[in-house]
Design a protein around this ligand. Structure first.
Ligand code: FRU
Length: 498
């Protein structure tokens, strides 16, 4: 090797080492949300639990920090908090990208992929050939998801369509067969199929078009969830993504057909903020574990342009799922998984306070969790909490009494001009009626991500924004008199530094 090459090679090693030590300390890097170490990610894929390990596969571009070369990335966790990066699971192949899908542990070896007593993990994903075809393929792993072999008789389902994607598979105990839910995106249909062996699929039924059909439908997720306050009772939750937001339906699934029990004049969303998409629930969790979903924190209207490097996009906090009946509708209740509490540092309990105007709290951070109850007196039209406050900037979480909505607004935060859509999409709201005169907010701020759970998980708003970390203040505000009570604040530990 010539001297020049030796020096260059040396410099590269130093650069890589430097880059690695700095990873996860970058300005906008979330500290308790999953992000890939480098490069782009979108939808969570193949969420499955096996032998004490939670798998998170995800749409990933191993070659760059924008969408492309779609491949399944892979990470695992034993607590849903701390993640270990694993090598790429299923790479793109020539002109075929590996689009979204799911995974199961085929305990009874129905697929026949198991060998020598090894239980196969089977992934089903959409093989995407740009502008030509989307069909469903399977692959299996005999080493707990680390290496994958593509089935040699793929595709297992092909309608010869350009848009036909995002299979969600799970075992239906009653019918003793596998179910696959997948999308006809343009027609706005969720299709259901069944299979005894994950290889041959029979069409069962369609659901749709209904609710929000303003964009193509993607990423269906059907999962059974408990009914709050009725031990043993369960309903089926159908979540899906469209036009950069999500919607859900709740009802019954008899192993053949999904019947929605909610009225459809009101669109019900798992998240009312701008940045929650393609969420799916874990497969094969232990019976005592609440159903748990993870979504992608980003928005197709500006996803490629967000100002983060060397990675782009994060996964939401894992959220537990249940439903309850409210005003004749099944309402989805989501809570951050309980284990999140392990990341808490010592709590700061802040005394009850009545605010007219603004009150700056003593606590400061851009990496925290905070609970607060708001009780606006008659005549108050807006009240709430400004976070990431400083240098005349802030992210606003508020209650608008006239409209009876909770809103988030990022128009007054740091960088906003990197994409015209982002700049326009700043304020988001959802209906939130005072209960016994109060609204509760459960706020998570993770540098560039705010995930807000309203009224004990009855609504969630997730939003990215890009402020300088020096803007770490918290201000209570109210234009009338509002009582802020039950205020508890915790800074949270990073999941990346152990
Ligand atoms: C949803 C989606 C899916 C597709 C994947 C491609 O965000 O568009 O429909 O499988 O992303 O990366």
């Amino acid at each position: 090797m010539c001297l020049k090459k030796i020096i260059l090679a040396g410099l590269c090693v130093v650069n890589v080492a430097l880059a690695q030590t700095k990873l996860y300390t970058e300005q906008y890097r979330p500290q308790f949300h999953f992000t890939p170490a480098v490069n782009w990610c979108n939808d969570p894929n193949g969420l499955v639990y096996n032998n004490g390990t939670y798998h998170l596969f995800y749409q990933h571009n191993p070659f760059g920090n924008v969408w492309g070369h779609m491949t399944w990335g892979h990470a695992t966790s034993t607590d849903l908090l701390h993640w270990k990066h694993l090598p790429i699971a299923i790479p793109e192949e020539k002109d075929t990208m590996i689009f979204s899908g799911t995974c199961v542990v085929d305990k009874n070896n129905t697929s026949g992929f198991g060998k020598g007593g090894k239980i196969p993990m089977v992934a089903v994903y959409t093989a995407h050939i740009e502008n030509v075809n989307q069909s469903q393929h399977i692959a299996y792993s005999l080493d707990d998801g680390v290496t994958w072999t593509k089935y040699n008789s793929n595709p297992v389902l092909d309608l010869h369509k350009k848009d036909f994607r995002d299979p969600k598979i799970f075992w239906h105990e009653g019918k003793k067969y596998w179910i696959m839910a997948l999308m006809l995106p343009v027609e706005h249909f969720v299709q259901f199929y069944s299979s005894p062996n994950l290889k041959e699929w029979k069409h069962l039924s369609n659901f749709g078009p209904v609710g929000d059909t303003s964009g193509v439908w993607e990423c269906p997720d059907l999962t059974q969830v408990p009914v709050e306050g009725m031990p043993g009772k369960k309903k089926w939750l159908l979540q899906m993504s469209q036009n950069a937001s999500m919607q859900y339906f709740v009802g019954e699934f008899d192993g053949v057909q999904f019947k929605n029990e909610n009225t459809t004049n009101e669109i019900m969303r798992p998240d009312y903020g701008p940045d929650y998409y393609a969420a799916i629930a874990y497969n094969q969790l232990p019976a005592a574990h609440l159903p748990t979903a993870i979504g992608w924190i980003n928005n197709w209207y500006y996803a490629n342009d967000i100002p983060t490097t060397p990675w782009k996009s994060a996964m939401s906090l894992p959220r537990t799922l249940s439903v309850k009946k409210q005003n004749g509708q099944w309402l989805l209740i989501q809570q951050p998984v309980k284990k999140m509490q392990q990341l808490r540092n010592k709590p700061a309990v802040i005394s009850k306070t009545v605010v007219t105007g603004e009150k700056i709290l003593q606590v400061k951070s851009t990496q925290f969790e905070m609970a607060v109850t708001l009780s606006p007196a008659a005549g108050t039209t807006t009240c709430g909490v400004k976070i990431a406050a400083g240098n005349n900037q802030y992210f606003e979480i508020g209650y608008d009494a006239a409209k009876q909505v909770v809103y988030t607004d990022r128009s007054n935060t740091g960088l906003t001009g990197f994409n015209v859509n982002y700049k326009k999409m700043s304020r988001y709201e959802t209906k939130a009626v005072l209960k016994n005169g109060v609204i509760t907010l459960h706020i998570f701020l993770d540098n560039s991500i705010a995930e807000i759970f309203v009224n004990n998980g009855e609504a969630v708003l997730t939003s990215q924004f890009y402020s300088n970390r020096e803007n770490n203040g918290i201000t209570l505000f109210s234009n009338g008199a509002t009582t802020f009570s039950n205020i508890i604040f915790w800074t949270l530990k990073s999941i990346w530094k152990q």
